[in-house]
Design a protein around this ligand. Structure first.
Ligand code: HSE
Length: 297
């Protein structure tokens, strides 16, 4: 096989207080095409603006290094193409889709048959946290974390009735900047509050009792500190909840804001958009497959 395309779902992460732990895959995709070439370098199929070029070169360079080191096969050069529907720096796991898609493609081209769990180990090393890589790989609602030296992930399927109403602002937020805003320590009360919410959210998804999500997204771990990058956050969530959403939260480290609902997607979308008109709002459904290797044409 000389070329392969991998379709990878976008994802939201954190879901309130499940910081670096909870994730949910959605049906919005990046498709990455990787072709083996004779030269031992990474080439791109499209013109990259200077800033993006640096990110792509570094991200794919590191991914290639880690993949060949851990798969223990001789490295080869590739040409990469991308059909991108997932916006960058919007808290929708775009960087994870690209890293996951790339290493999954190398796995196909090298014939190494690394498992999805093994690919998650690599993607987590590259991302620094597993909460977007897990849904990108396994689909569904995911709970993951580092346990000792490895990464453990459990994924549960999510009802196709759930709607993820996603407000995407015109501006992006850098995860690096957003992480620097967080305190080094939390009070016992805030830690207990977060444990309580993360466990209840997980139980609600695992038992498919989505009505039980109401009131569980009142986070104290990261949202209050990141609100200075997105002052409209509380207003947009409150508007979505007033329109009937089960709850809303900052998607990953932002800038998107997501509200979950079963029966009121249009009303929730309208209300969120009214609270921040300078944005796009899209209604997404859960992806339960994770990345897919597309048949070669
Ligand atoms: N859990 C990460 C964070 C997600 O909130 O920083 C980054 O998209």
């Amino acid at each position: 096989m000389n070329s392969v395309s991998i379709k990878v779902p976008a994802s939201t992460s954190n879901l309130g207080s499940g910081f670096d732990t909870l994730g949910l895959a959605v049906k919005l995709y990046n498709v990455i095409r990787v072709e083996r070439i004779a030269a031992s370098r990474i080439e791109f199929d499209w013109e990259l603006p200077a800033d993006d070029r640096r990110w792509f070169c570094e991200a794919l360079g590191a991914a290639s290094k880690i993949f060949f080191r851990s798969a223990k096969v001789k490295s080869f050069g590739v040409r990469v193409g991308l059909k991108a529907d997932v916006p960058m720096a919007r808290g929708l796991g775009a960087s994870a889709t690209i890293r996951v898609g790339f290493i999954a493609a190398l796995n196909e081209l090298a014939g190494t048959q690394l498992s999805r769990a093994a690919l998650l180990e690599l993607a987590t090393e590259l991302e620094g946290h597993p909460d977007n890589a897990s849904p990108a790989i396994f689909g569904g609602f995911t709970v993951s974390g580092r346990i000792g030296k490895s990464v453990r992930c459990l994924s549960v399927p999510v009802s196709s009735k759930l709607r993820c109403v996603t407000l995407i602002p015109k501006f992006g937020i850098s995860t690096e900047v957003a992480r620097k805003l967080l305190p080094a320590k939390y009070s016992k009360a805030d830690a207990a509050h977060a444990l309580n919410r993360a466990a209840l959210i997980t139980a609600a998804f695992a038992s498919r009792r989505y009505e039980m999500l109401r009131g569980l997204f009142d986070d104290r771990v990261h949202q209050p500190y990141r609100e200075k990058l997105l002052p409209q956050l509380s207003r947009v969530i409150a508007a979505g909840e007033r329109a009937g959403a089960l709850g809303g939260f900052l998607s990953g480290s932002g800038s998107s804001i997501m509200c979950l609902t079963i029966d009121k997607p249009l009303a929730v979308a309208r209300a969120m958009h009214k609270a921040l008109p300078d944005s796009a709002v899209t209604i997404l459904t859960p992806d339960v497959k994770g990345f897919q290797v597309l048949p070669t044409k």
